[in-house]
Design a protein around this ligand. Structure first.
Ligand code: F6R
Length: 240
């Protein structure tokens, strides 16, 4: 897997943003998927800035959500929907039909999975996906042990993910399940960017690179496809 090491977080975000911009320049109606969570926040800022400066035009681009906490919606600060809209979609002023995102408040999660799978059948495969890495190696909410044959699915969240989740929320939340694109869909993307920043991610980044590909550490599975690259800052690369 090709590895890009940037000196710091802002430059890492510029490098990942540049990758997304290149994809949209080649294919203006590309299907783009960018994770929620803290890691891509600077990428959102860089992409919004690029659109403002006329360096990219997202007016024909389609955006797909990667995952969501089941039971949380846009009104819940720290939900994927809230974070991605607040930092990205609202600032790009996209049309509703440009976005397909899991509804974490759905009363029928299976139907929600089918809805998003149908959308991907129609618009996919994903042209460019930007993933974060969980402390346990999850990508999206594909937790350790997950099947590589999954498309959209509901998943019980790992204890590590539940513990880490408190950092996103302003009030205590019991998040037990997530809804996520599956590895089958993720690994079929034409361009896969796995992104990590900071010293706290150094151990899992080293495992991602050095451990043989295994379902026990889902981030290692991206090495099984040629079109994946790892983008890290110096701190996240410090154990490589
Ligand atoms: C969030 C997601 C997760 C995060 C991962 C890293 O939509 O898919 O896999 O990318 O948990 O989270 P941060 O970036 O907050 O360290």
């Amino acid at each position: 897997m090709k590895t890009h090491i940037s000196p710091d977080y802002p430059q890492l975000c510029q490098a990942v943003a540049q990758n997304v911009i290149a994809c949209v320049k080649t294919k203006p109606d590309a299907l783009i998927c960018i994770a929620g969570g803290d890691t891509p926040l600077g990428v959102f800022t860089a992409l919004v800035e690029a659109q403002k400066q006329g360096r990219v035009d997202f007016s024909r681009t389609q955006f797909l959500g990667l995952d969501e906490w089941l039971g949380l919606g846009k009104a819940d600060k720290g939900s994927c929907r809230e974070m991605v809209w607040h930092h990205f979609f609202d600032k790009l002023t996209l049309r509703e039909e440009q976005i397909c995102f899991f509804d974490g408040l759905t009363h029928n999660p299976q139907a929600e999975c089918q809805r998003v799978d149908r959308y991907i059948e129609l618009h996919g495969p994903i042209d460019c996906i930007v993933l974060g890495i969980g402390m346990n190696g999850h990508i999206g909410f594909n937790e350790p042990g997950v099947s590589v044959d999954n498309t959209c699915h509901v998943i019980d969240l790992d204890a590590v993910t539940q513990a880490v989740s408190v950092k996103y929320f302003d009030t205590p939340r019991e998040v037990k399940q997530g809804i996520s694109l599956g590895l089958k869909t993720i690994l079929a993307a034409k361009n896969i960017v796995v992104m990590a920043s900071g010293e706290k991610k150094a151990a899992i980044v080293a495992q991602t690179v050095n451990h043989p590909a295994s379902r026990d550490i889902p981030s290692t599975l991206v090495k099984t496809v040629a079109q994946a690259s790892l983008y890290v800052d110096k701190a996240a690369a410090s154990k490589l």
